[in-house]
Design a binder for this molecule. Sequence first.
Ligand code: ZN
Length: 327
Amino acid sequence: MDENQQVSEPEEFVMSTVTGIHHVTCIAGDPQENVDFYTGVLGMRLVKKSVNQDVPDTYHLFYADGEAHPGADLTFFPWPTLPPVQKGVGLAVEVSLAIPKGSLEYWEDRLATAGVNSQEREVRHGEQAIRLSDPHGLELALVETADEREFTPWSQSPVPAPHQIRGLHAVRLWERDVAETASFLVETLGFAMVGEENGWRRYGINGGGSGRHLDIRPMPNESRGSWGTGGIHHVAWRVPDDAAELAVRERISAAKRRPTEVIDRFWFKSVYFLEPGGVLFEIATDGPGFTVDEDLATLGEHLVLPPWLEPHRREIEDALPPLAVRV
Ligand code: ZN
């Protein structure tokens, strides 16, 4: 065959793109302080209490909306003994959370009452936002959006339903060389550039919007960042099902990003790889979701272990610090 005729299938390209942010995983300090902040102050629901599958003497905590929709899920490995994150290129440096339009004033009052340090309002691509840090230094933003989100309020949240966090809005990355990451996002994952503002370049899926974009800042003179408490461990992107995941994995492999095999995380199936700038990315399926091993009504109340760790439940539970949702 004439090799000049080997062109990629347009149909495959359309089918094998990600659809938005699935979850973001961060590194926390003390686990009880983490639970108190995300459930008590931000009013999110603890939807899964598990362990780090590679380091089972540490928790893996998941917060989301009332029904744990994909795209709503912020997760933490509490590792109090790690040094603080060293912010730098090759890391995600901020997670923003979507709040309903008109609720920023409520949140400013709530954060002030809780003694949380937050910054002056700013406008990002026409949306009102405030920046804040969690108790372990993780940089967050609350961004008002009118975009449609899959969302179910959490009935036991201390935050009234009309003001509750709707899900993950966006992530911000620092990169030494934006060009390589940009072409990977566009050619392999299906993003398009949607704008640039105040030094941040915005890339979006399907035109962007809440939960479907990321911002990249070129920082050519900044040194490489490293993981620590208050840092972001990885960013996971949604795919609707196993077939889409395999198709995206093929494209990542063809782009020489050396993706892992598909790993079954029970609540979703995952593939990990480093994007060209060094940020750890994951592809995760929308299903089966957090109700696969617990009832919706009692999500997050009991420690859930993967089957191979179940025989060691007693030792694992004894080694973990006690943890309570104190809303
Ligand atoms: Zn993940």
